[in-house]
Structure formats: C-alpha cells, structure tokens
Design a protein around this ligand. Structure first.
Ligand code: OOG
Ligand code: MG
Length: 253
C-alpha cells in the first residue's frame, strides 16, 4: 500500500467505526512516513469540510506510555468534528472502542511564529482549561507501534473543553482525576506531564514550527494525559476533575 492507500484505510476505519489490522504488520514504514500518512488522512477530513482546531500531544506522561507500551512523544491534529460540549452526549456506536482521559488544554492568543520557552510560554496563551480527550485507535485491540499510532492521528477521536480560565491559573502540581459514573477511575498529578504541563505547550510549538503546522490565535493544544485512559460504554457518565477547576462531563449514549 502507498501512503494514500494507508491514509484511506485509516480514515475509513474512523468514518465507519470499524477496526483494521495494524498497518505495521502489513507494511514497513518509518516515523516520517507515519506523519506523512497522518497529513493525508487529515486532508481527507478537510475535503469533507472539517476544520483544524489545534494540536494534541501524546505520551507526555509515564502513565500513558506504560499503558500503551510506547515510549516517545507524538503529536496529532484536532478538528471541529471531534469537539463535544461540556454536559454533551457522545454516541458510543460512532466509535470502535473509545477511551477517555483527562487533559489540560491551552488556548493560543496570537499566531505563533517562533519557539517559546517556559519563561515566556504564558505570553502566547489566553486560556487554560480542563479537558477530556476521547481516543479511539483505529487498530484492532487498541494495539499499535509508534508509527502505527502516528499514522492514525494519535488515536484522536473527540475532546471536550471546560470553561476557559486565566493563563495565570495554576496548572502545575495539581491533582487530575477521571471518573466514570462518579467513581474514581484514574488519578494523577499534572506534573506527570513532562514534569510541568507548560513543557507540553513548549513542545507543541516546537513541533508545529518544525512541521509547518500553524498555531494561530484561537488554536487549542491538548497537553497529553497525566493518567491512563479508561474504556467508556453507553449509559456511562464520564467526568474529569482537576484541583481548582470546575469538573466537566460527557454522557455516553
Ligand atoms: C494514543 C494517544 C495518546 C495521550 O494523551 O497520551 C494520548 C493512544 O493512547 O491511543 O492522547
Ligand atoms: Mg490524550
């Protein structure tokens, strides 16, 4: 299969909620090729009318790397079709085997043209929020290599964002929790994200610049989960909590 064919297989798997065999079991491809495939599969979404809303990082915490058996940071794209409202509903049958994880979101305040660092990161942010990410690997059994998951847009499938808060709000060293039907499923500390969740924004800016992906004013960046993810099923209420933030929820129908 060429890149176009692989992108089509993965995009269709997502559109029709039908898992496919790991691509790396059929074809050898490297990480650069995986990102090229991801770009093509996103182009298919843009052709259908989806709009890019921002970027997400993955495997920025040990909890996530250990759960998935993968050891390098990855990045993917978020579109408007993936966005859910707080207290909104997600239809389970539109997904293959969705999982939820708590996230921290950044909203970019101005078009970014150069790298940032920890000391000036706040200058490019006008909002911080608690978020939930829905990941839904298009691969059978949610198993993949690093290249597979990158080609599959890092399992991106949905996300919801709580009310935006001031960039001055504390996001370092805070407790972050995922609840299913109000019962604790996973708990972590935001510093599990690269030692400081702001590092995730620094990395996202660097990756966006290196790859010619624009982070414009209003773009959203998801920092990567501080905890492992949980499978979600119809009938459940999935919530995220973080110290100092209002909790947010999604109903699965
Ligand atoms: C890949 C996506 C990883 C995160 O927050 O670490 C990710 C996966 O786990 O399927 O979104
Ligand atoms: Mg995530």
């Amino acid at each position: 299969m060429n890149y176009l064919q692989i992108a089509e297989v993965l995009d269709n798997a997502s559109l029709y909620a039908k898992a496919v065999e790991q691509i790396s079991k059929q074809e050898k491809f490297d990480l650069n090729e995986a990102y090229a495939i991801q770009s093509i599969s996103l182009a298919r979404r843009y052709i259908r009318g989806e709009k890019l809303l921002g970027l997400k990082l993955g495997f920025t915490s040990k909890a996530k790397m250990e759960q998935m058996g993968v050891h390098d940071m990855i990045w993917g794209r978020l579109t408007d079709k993936m966005l859910y409202q707080d207290q909104g509903q997600l239809i389970r049958s539109e997904f293959i085997h969705p999982r939820a994880e708590p996230e921290i979101a950044f909203r970019i305040s101005k078009d970014i043209t150069e790298n940032i660092n920890l000391s000036n990161a706040k200058e490019v942010v006008d909002g911080l929020a608690l978020a939930i990410e829905i990941i839904d690997s298009r691969y059978e059994n949610f198993s993949f290599s690093l290249e597979d998951v990158v080609a599959d847009n890092c399992s991106s499938a949905g996300f919801l964002i709580g009310a935006w808060q001031s960039p001055e709000k504390q996001i370092q060293d805070i407790g972050v929790r995922l609840l299913i039907n109000n019962e604790l499923a996973h708990e972590g500390n935001s510093n599990a994200i690269l030692g400081n969740p702001w590092e995730s924004l620094v990395a996202a800016v660097r990756l966006a610049l290196e790859n010619g992906e624009k982070l414009k004013a209003g773009s959203i960046v998801l920092a990567g989960a501080a905890t492992a993810a949980s499978y979600i099923e119809a009938g459940q209420q999935v919530s995220a909590e973080a110290d100092g933030f209002e909790s947010i929820s999604l109903f699965i129908s």
